[in-house]
Write a protein that binds this ligand. Sequence first.
Ligand code: OSB
Ligand code: MG
Length: 368
Amino acid sequence: VSLEGFELRVLQIPLVSPFTTSFGTQTVREVIVVRARTADGEGWGEIVTQQEPTYSSEYTQGAWDVAGRFLVPALLDAGRLAPQDVARVLDPFIGHRMVKAGLELAVLDAALRAESRSLGEYLGAVHDRIPSGVSVGIQRDPATLVDTVAGYLDEGYVRIKIKIKPGRDIADTAAVRDAFGTIPLQVDANSAYTLADADTLAELDRFELLLIEQPLQEDDIVDHATLAKRLTTPICLDESIVSAKAAGDALALGAASVINIKAGRVGGYLEAVRIHDLCVDAGVAVWCGGMLETGIGRAANAALAALPGFTLPGDVSASDRFYTRDIVTEPIVLDDGHVRVPTGPGLGVEIDAAALDEFTVDRVELIR
Ligand code: OSB
Ligand code: MG
C-alpha cells in the first residue's frame, strides 16, 4: 500500500466489571486504536498495551510516545510498503512489540481491504468458527468465583480460565472443580510465583487442569523447565514468549509444553503465524490469548485462532465479556460456545464512528 498517514487515538472504555489479575485490578480499558490512511483506503489496528507496565514492560503512554516519535515516522518515510515489510522497517527499534503489532495490523487491514481479501484467508484459517473460552479474574472469595463462573458456563463458554496468585490458588481452583466437575479448566498466574513455590504449585496437579499459564517470571525460562519436571500439570507460557525465537528456545529447553499466542506480545499477526507453524512442526498445542481487545483485535484474533494448530480453546470471548458497547458495528458474539471467523475484507468488521468518538480521550494525525 501507499501510506499517506496514520491517525492514533487513545480510548478509555469502561469494563462491565473490574478485572483482577495477580498484577492488579482494571476497571477501564485504555487502548490505542490505529487508522492507517493509504492511497487505496483505510485500515484499522489496535495497540494492546495496558495502562501500567505490570503485565509486560509496555504501557499505553509509552506506546503513544514511541509510535509518534519513532515507529510511525519510519513507516511514513518508507512510503510504499507491503504488510510483510512493516516488521523489517520497524526492526531497528528494540522491543515495543505491541506497538509494532498494532501498526502492522492497520497496514495489513488496509492492504487486504484493497484486495477484498479476508484476514482469515490470508493467515491460513481452516475453520469458520472457533471455540470460545473465557478468562475469569480473581473474585472477592471462592464462592463469588463459583457464581461468576456459573454465569459464563450458562452463556456457553466451552473453557474456563481462572486467574490465580499466591494465597488465592488452591482453594479457588478446588471451589471451581467441586462446583462444576470435569469442565475444561486452566489457571493463569501471570508470573506471580517463584521456584520456591513449587510445592504449592504441585498441589494443583490433583485438579487435572488443562494447563498452568506463566507461573514464573518472563525471564525464568530455565526455572520453568525445572518446574515442569516437578508438575504433571502442563506448563503453558504467555509473557515469556515474545517472538518465534523465544518460542523455539523455550520448547528446546523443556520450559513449556503448550504456548499461548498473542499477536501483540510477539510483534504482530505475521510473527504469531510463525510461532503457530513452529509449534505445529514440534507437535506442540497452541491457543490464542487475549488482551481485552476491542472488536478490532477480537476479529483479528478470531481469524488467527482458526489456523489448524490452535487445538485448544482460546481467550477469544464475546465483546460483552468486557464491554457494554464495542467500537465495531457488529460486536463479536457467542453462538453455541463459538465465535464466528469474519469473512469480509480485511478484519471483516466496520468501525462504529460514534462509539469510537465517545471513548476517545486523545487523538493525533501523523501525515507523510
Ligand atoms: O495473561 O492472558 C493474560 C488480560 C490482560 C493481560 C494479560 C492477560 C489477560 C487475560 C484476559 O487473561 C484475556 C482476554 O480475555 O482478553
Ligand atoms: Mg496469561
